[in-house]
Design a protein. Structure first.
Length: 141
């Protein structure tokens, strides 16, 4: 998992790739989108703003990175390498997800912080107190 203190740090570290610029664009639009409504920018990014945990089971993906940006308040996420976990279902190509049992390391994210969970890692939302943007970014390109 990569963790960034704010959007500027994220952009400085991730460079000028279109998918990362789209992440920044989505975060900057956060106050203009309705809660719990999934939006997209092109075919490389989907996102939504939520006030409740998005995934309560450890969930991994093959084609998309998971990201969380805390807009206000705080959130706690749990992240673990998939290799350290036990699969509880088979990978769904249609949904691009697989669920796992086990535990990982918990991280508290405060307002402004952004975390990107890599392919090969699973994430679970433990708690959200405020608003969080959930993003899924394609690994292609």
């Amino acid at each position: 998992m990569q963790r960034f203190a704010n959007l500027d740090e994220f952009l400085a570290a991730c460079g000028d790739a279109r998918k990362w610029r789209r992440v920044a664009e989505a975060v900057q639009r956060a106050d203009r989108i309705l809660p719990e409504v999934t939006c997209s920018i092109g075919d490389s990014l989907t996102y939504r703003v939520t006030t409740r945990p998005d995934c309560t089971e450890l969930t991994g993906h093959r084609r998309y990175l998971e990201a969380r940006c805390v807009l206000d308040g705080a959130a706690v996420i749990e992240v673990a390498p998939e290799a350290d976990l036990q699969p509880t279902d088979t990978y769904s190509d249609l949904a691009d997800r697989r669920h796992f049992a086990g535990s990982g390391e918990r991280y508290r994210l405060d307002a402004g912080e952004l975390a990107v969970v890599e392919v090969g890692e699973a994430v679970r939302d433990v708690a959200i107190d405020g608003r969080v943007m959930v993003l899924r970014i394609t690994v292609e390109g």
